[in-house]
Design a protein around this ligand. Structure first.
Ligand SMILES: Cc1cc2nc3c(=O)[nH]c(=O)nc-3n(C[C@H](O)[C@H](O)[C@H](O)COP(=O)(O)O)c2cc1C
Length: 188
């Protein structure tokens, strides 16, 4: 008998196809509660969240624009405009921040994996709640000055910006990897 797996219905909605309404604040807290329902070796809770909404979206978009212009002098007008508007579309963007516990017996890679699971759970929770969502990183996640503008400390990392909102289009499903081609069995 084949399994019924609702997880398979999730698909990313490109952030430019997200609009208001997004989750209310109370709903956002419910999504975060689902997001942190993850395995966390050592119960370190090495993650936190920064909610980017309203005027913060334009402010961070402007910083992003200026930083790309400064760091990448060859950036095209199209690229610059894309960066300036990156945070403009979705009503809510959640920065999932890794706050690693350095020197702990739980290796940092495991803390990162737990944080990745948080991002994935947040995508699934948003989808289950009927919202569209997309996990993005790019220049905004790695540039030190953009990180500071978002409120991320130097010793922290942005694991992802999860853009959440109402879909303006239903994204088309794409071909997924064939599980049979990926799965092998260990020698007995
Ligand atoms: C860690 C991580 C970072 C990503 N960053 C970007 C990005 O910066 N830009 C982008 O176009 N897609 C990025 N993606 C890919 C999208 O989130 C997503 O995988 C793609 O839109 C198709 O997703 P789907 O298989 O969920 O439909 C990233 C994915 C991951 C896992």
């Amino acid at each position: 008998m084949s399994l019924t797996l609702p997880l398979n219905s999730r698909i990313s909605t490109p952030c430019k196809h997200l609009q208001a309404p997004g989750p209310s604040h109370a709903q956002m807290l419910e999504l975060i509660a689902a997001a942190v329902h993850v395995p966390d070796h050592g119960r370190l809770r090495p993650w936190r969240f920064i909610l980017i909404e309203d005027a913060a979206k334009d402010r961070i978009g402007s910083v992003l624009f200026e930083r790309v212009k400064a760091v990448c002098p060859d950036a095209s007008e199209i690229r610059l405009e894309k960066e300036r508007t990156r945070f403009s579309f979705a009503p809510s963007i959640v920065a999932v921040v890794l706050r690693p516990v350095v020197g702990h017996k739980v290796p940092e890679i495991e803390q990162v994996l737990s944080g990745g699971a948080v991002c994935m759970n947040l995508l699934h929770a948003a989808h289950q709640a009927g919202f569209g969502a997309q996990w993005l990183t790019g220049f905004a996640a790695y540039d030190p000055e953009v990180k500071t503008a978002v409120g991320v400390a130097a010793e922290e990392s942005v694991l992802g910006y999860i853009h959440i909102g109402s879909r303006t289009v239903q994204p088309a499903e794409r071909e997924r990897p064939d599980p049979d081609a990926l799965l092998t069995k260990a020698e007995p």
